[in-house]
Design a protein around this ligand. Structure first.
Ligand SMILES: [Zn+2]
Length: 120
């Protein structure tokens, strides 16, 4: 049995993380301003997308348990932060983890005990 992932869980995970460092210093939007949904894509945990709205999409095939949900959501929240600050890489042909991403990721991993080598 695994976690029956749904949009409400994604929003709740996001809101929990938003109360914790370093996210609580980033002035991130309320969960109501983000579109959360699940997908069935096989080869990814999920993704953050910006098309005028913020989207956080989690794959039910890539996330089975709370631990990976928290790591996934934290990862996408770094992308969200970079997008809002204008620091996200512009070339989106493939997902890019630039120097800013690595810097904020290191901070997230330090506070939350995520393995930085498994954060990508
Ligand atoms: Zn990423």
């Amino acid at each position: 049995m695994t976690l029956p992932l749904n949009a409400e869980m994604l929003a709740a995970a996001y809101e929990y993380l938003r109360t914790t460092p370093p996210f609580n210093k980033w002035n991130l939007p309320d969960h109501e301003d983000i579109k959360f949904r699940t997908s069935r894509r096989p080869r990814e945990a999920g993704r953050y997308e910006w098309d005028g709205d913020h989207h956080i999409v989690a794959s039910i095939h890539g996330i089975a348990y709370t631990e990976s949900l928290m790591r996934f959501m934290s990862h996408e929240m770094v992308h969200l932060h970079l997008q809002i600050m204008g620091w996200e890489s512009k070339a989106r042909s493939e997902e890019v983890h630039n120097a800013a991403f690595r810097k904020f990721s290191a901070l997230v991993c330090k506070h939350h005990g995520f393995d930085p080598k498994a954060f990508y």
